[in-house]
Ligand binder design. Structure first.
Ligand code: ATP
Length: 236
């Protein structure tokens, strides 16, 4: 079953056409990567899927329902959460409060506790730093907060925008290990990543975006072996 089906999606900013009509799908439980150069339209795609920017045209179907023009909080309610580029943590709130914000839909204290424990199991560092102001955390720790906050909403589909950006190699490894573990919990993931090698190693399937269009698709392994991908995105 496809949890997400996108057809003819376009995103415009005034006269600028960032996404020019793309079609793609994600199956339930899949880990799919979206790779491409700077400015290809990857973030605009994720932002449109999560209701942060409006789709100019096209249709987004999530878990069987058309959600194209729903606001972000409605999409979170339906099970689609974004971890935005740049993390967007609430800097003047502590780690725990950031995680609490992610659980704004949760009214059951026992369930809240279960979700919090789950996030702390994925990211023990967040439990250690639960009372620290998020703005004073390292970039990697802020990435953990942003991911933890999204997970507190119990998403069916997690949209990750450039989780490795600006992080030291060891922190990238930590974050990607968690992404890998998350896939084993049954959650569906759409990963936008500049680090194409890492993304293709981890993803079952991937799409390549160029100038607002999807130009290639295949399994992670197929794309790793594709000469065009190797030259353009793997630096070979
Ligand atoms: P990057 O990896 O650099 O984030 P990207 O593939 O995610 O790139 P987008 O951020 O979606 O690409 O940008 C696609 C195009 O849309 C770019 O030309 C960008 O300048 C433009 N764009 C993005 N956001 C806006 C905005 N709010 N207003 C105007 N133009 C925008």
């Amino acid at each position: 079953m496809n949890i997400l089906e996108v057809s003819g999606l376009k995103v415009n900013y005034g006269g600028i056409s960032a996404v020019k009509g793309i079609d793609f799908y994600i199956e339930q439980g899949e880990m799919v990567a979206l790779i491409g150069a700077n400015g290809a339209g990857k973030s605009s795609t994720l932002n449109a899927l999560s209701g942060i920017v409006p789709a100019s045209s096209g249709e987004v179907r999530f878990a069987g329902h058309i959600v194209t023009h729903l606001p972000a909080y409605e999409l979170v309610k339906q099970g689609c959460s974004l971890v935005p580029e740049g993390r967007g943590v609430f800097k003047r709130m502590n780690v725990f409060e950031n995680l609490q914000m992610g659980a704004f839909l949760q009214e059951n204290p026992a369930e809240f506790k279960r979700l919090l424990d789950q996030v702390y199991t994925f990211f023990p560092r967040l439990e250690e730093r639960s009372t620290q102001m998020a703005g004073t955390l390292s970039g990697g720790e802020q990435q953990m907060v942003a991911m933890g906050r999204a997970l507190m909403a119990q998403p069916k589909l997690l949209l990750l925008d450039e989780p490795s950006m600006g992080l030291a190699p060891l922190m990238v490894e930590t974050i990607f290990n968690v992404i890998h573990s998350l896939t084993k919990t049954g959650i569906t993931i759409l990963l936008v990543e500049q680090n194409a090698r890492l993304a293709l190693q981890l993803a079952q399937r991937a799409y390549v975006m160029e100038s607002g269009l999807i130009t290639l698709t295949g399994s992670g392994a197929e794309l790793m072996a594709d000469t065009r991908v190797r030259q353009a995105y793997l630096g070979e």
